[in-house]
Ligand binder design. Structure first.
Ligand code: PEP
Length: 251
């Protein structure tokens, strides 16, 4: 049985004041017990968020981590080991903003994926097609290729300790959401792809949907059989909206 997860990606947002307000709002939410909830603040605020949410049923992840698991001479980077020491449980790997704007290659992402797992962080591997690729009918080919980049290097079993987030790039931050059926079709195809290699891993791995999820569309998306929760960007910056999305994921 897969535990539903709702993850909030705060991206490069937040000031000392707005983060304090968001922590307060999150602490006061009525949250479902059967949903695993995590937020991914800017690394600048990770420590503060971990302390602020100490008594709340909300875990904390990082939006990125270094290619080396241990601390060392790598200016500007934060190692997975440091993140674990701070109390982080997850790390986003391969968000489309990092793939497309910062040019992170599959090779770099694989190094980050392995370093994260070596330190005990659970990678949330983000995959998804651009609008151009969808319109060219390449959606399944693209997500399969992105997943295979990891599987070909490390084997399918590493996905047993990871989460996969399907995020169509055209739906991220645009207000356009994949319909529940569009998202379900891709999720089912991903699970089928994994099942050919290891049915147990395919059944156990959580597949989150991301792309303009809000309280208003969450119930329908989360009711799909292969959608095990969501990765939420913009809507996770509002504690009440995020709480409503988390409740939509509960049973
Ligand atoms: C994201 O950044 O992962 C995301 C899904 O953003 P949004 O919900 O704002 O589309």
């Amino acid at each position: 049985m897969r535990r539903t997860m709702v993850a909030g990606n705060w991206k490069m947002h937040g000031t000392r004041a707005s983060v304090a307000e968001l922590i307060d709002g999150l602490r006061n939410l009525n949250l479902p017990k059967d949903v695993e909830i995590a937020v991914f603040p800017s690394e600048l605020f990770i420590d503060r968020v971990i302390n602020g949410l100490e008594d709340a049923p909300i875990l904390v992840g990082a939006q990125d981590a270094a290619i080396e698991s241990k601390q060392g001479a790598l200016t500007g980077e934060i190692s997975p080991e440091q993140l674990v020491g701070a109390g982080c449980k997850f790390v986003l790997i391969g968000h489309s903003e990092r793939r497309l704007i910062l040019g992170e290659s599959n090779e770099t992402l694989n190094r980050k994926f392995a370093a994260a797992q070596a330190s005990g962080l659970t990678p949330v591997l983000c995959i998804g097609e651009t609008l151009e690729q969808r319109e060219a009918g390449q959606t399944l080919e693209v997500v399969e290729r992105q997943l295979n980049a990891v599987i070909d290097e490390f084997g399918i079993d590493v996905l047993a300790s990871a989460v996969i987030a399907y995020e169509p790039v055209w739906a991220i931050g645009t207000g356009l959401t994949a319909t529940p059926q569009q998202a379900q079709d891709v999720h089912a195809a991903i699970r089928a792809q994994l099942a050919q290699k290891n049915p147990e891993v395919a059944q156990g791995v959580r597949l989150l949907y991301g792309g303009s999820v809000k309280a208003a569309n969450a119930v329908e998306l989360f009711s799909m059989p292969d959608i095990d929760g969501g990765l939420i960007g913009g809507a996770s910056l509002n504690a009440d909206e995020f709480g409503a999305i988390c409740r939509a994921a509960g049973n």
